[in-house]
Design a protein around this ligand. Structure first.
Ligand SMILES: CC(C)(COP(=O)(O)OP(=O)(O)OC[C@H]1O[C@@H](n2cnc3c(N)ncnc32)[C@H](O)[C@@H]1OP(=O)(O)O)[C@@H](O)C(=O)NCCC(=O)NCCS
Length: 169
């Protein structure tokens, strides 16, 4: 499937899609990628998911992982559930050394394109109320706040902002 802003790879390039704007390849995850993903996860969140939790998530039939790769290095990922009529984003992170280059936007845009192809009615997610960087990213791609989930994060009790991107039917 070809996505907007990306070009199919030439023969001999690694499988996936190249995003010319920021030079990353987007590809599916292999189990051997987990160590690199965990490094980014631990550097990105005060309460990171465990490797075990990632593996559990991987076993969910509707779960999808998309990785951003620069050269040989994994620099970001997005994890989402492709449900019957909507998409739910569960995790998104970019390695701290590679932020503000459009990689987070490219990962999110790829999921938006897939959701459109899938004829989803909307994409939903929760984000910490204190996480302004992520909220700005989501807003820049058309997500809007849909409400507050009080004490949503069980680790420290922080509220979540529920956000959604609705597609016209
Ligand atoms: C949120 C995150 C994924 C953004 O990734 P990124 O690759 O740096 O984002 P991009 O470069 O694609 O930024 C796209 C837009 O988002 C907004 N944005 C991203 N980071 C921002 C920041 N630190 N402050 C303000 N706005 C920010 C800007 O509008 C930016 O556009 P611009 O650079 O043209 O101004 C990254 O900061 C991260 O991994 N944070 C830790 C994990 C996290 O919070 N994940 C989200 C959980 S809900």
């Amino acid at each position: 499937m070809e996505r907007s802003g990306e070009k199919p790879l030439e023969d001999g390039e690694p499988r996936g899609f190249l995003v010319p704007e920021c030079g990353v390849h987007l590809r599916q995850m292999n189990p051997s990628d987990l160590d690199e993903i965990m490094t980014i996860e631990r550097a990105s969140f005060s309460y990171p998911w465990s490797a075990r939790f990632f593996l559990q998530e991987l076993r969910v039939p509707c779960a999808r992982y998309l990785l951003a790769v620069l050269g040989e290095r994994i620099v970001g990922y997005i994890i989402y559930w492709l449900l019957l009529s909507e998409v739910d984003i569960h995790n998104l992170a970019v390695h701290p050394a590679y932020r503000r280059r459009g990689i987070g936007r490219s990962l999110l845009q790829a999921v938006i394109d897939e959701a459109r192809d899938h004829r989803s009615s909307r994409i939903t997610l929760e984000v910490r109320k204190s996480n302004e960087a992520a909220q700005r990213l989501y807003q820049s791609l058309g997500f809007a706040a849909r409400g507050v989930r009080k004490g949503y994060y069980s680790d420290d009790g922080e509220d979540a902002l529920a956000m959604a991107l609705e597609f016209d039917s």
